[in-house]
Design a binder for this molecule. Structure first.
Ligand code: BTN
Length: 243
């Protein structure tokens, strides 16, 4: 495993994607930094993280036969690897919020940004970016964010945690295989935030509706039972869960 450590960079995802364009990197190359000047989040959002306090890193994962329709397996395996790591550090009440936010006590402790490189009908490689809030104490203007320190009062060694997450990622990403869909989906569902709970959802046009979150289909769409009993599936950009 090659680990590239940078004192600062715009975004570890951007750095790794650009490096992979000019260099033949080995599978599971990792880029980690203490400071991102333009950390990126899902849906073109930003990722804010206090310098030196948290983990911000990205992994290049290469695939040989993963098809586009199975790409949600990457989200599942990454979320489960982070979950397992947090269990090793005895973090309470950890849940996965679809598609791949990690919450504890209803607040977000980890965000994941997966950027795939596609070749024909296959995923050739992914850059998996992970932002894990570890020792940051306060989160101004981020009411939904928390950190492991805020949850437990313990300062955690960033190197220790990084190596635990990388080890779990190595284990889970090696399970990415369509034959493992049922097993991985079952584990993901058992940890899914608000599963079988009546919740509010927000559509792209800001309209709000109520429904029961039933789970995830194989393509990674969210299945919701609406108030009239109909079951609808929503793709990633179509809907968000209000919490
Ligand atoms: C989200 O919006 O929840 C996803 C946040 C992902 C943040 C991580 S930090 C390391 C990597 N580099 C980035 O620019 N983003 C990801």
């Amino acid at each position: 495993m090659q680990i590239i450590k940078l004192s600062a960079t715009e975004s570890t995802n951007t750095y790794l994607k650009e490096l992979a364009l000019v260099k033949n990197l080995e599978d599971f190359t990792v880029v980690v930094t203490e400071k991102q000047t333009k950390g990126r989040g899902q849906m073109n959002g930003m990722w804010e993280s206090e310098d030196g306090k948290n983990l911000t890193f990205s992994i290049l994962k290469k695939f040989t036969s993963l098809t586009i329709q199975d790409q949600f397996l990457i989200s599942i395996c990454t979320s489960l690897a982070v979950y397992r790591s947090l269990m090793a550090f005895k973090i309470p009440d950890v849940r996965i919020k679809w598609p791949n936010d990690i919450l504890s006590d209803n607040s977000k402790i980890c965000g994941i940004l997966i950027e795939n490189s596609i070749s024909g009908l296959k995923i050739a490689s992914s850059v998996i970016g992970i932002g894990l809030n570890v020792n940051q104490i306060t989160f101004e203007n981020q009411p939904k964010a928390t950190s492991l320190y805020a949850l437990t009062g313990r300062t955690i060694d960033l190197e220790d945690l990084l190596h635990t997450v990388l080890q779990n990622l190595d284990t889970y990403l090696s399970k990415i295989n369509p034959l493992n869909w049922e097993m991985l989906l079952e584990e993901y569902h058992s940890l899914l935030f608000r599963k079988d709970v009546l919740s509010h959802f927000v559509l792209e046009n800001d309209a709000v509706f109520q429904g029961t979150l039933l789970g995830i289909g194989k393509e990674g769409k969210l299945k919701v039972r609406l108030e009239d009993g109909a079951v609808r599936e929503f793709a990633l950009k179509e809907v968000s869960l209000r919490y």
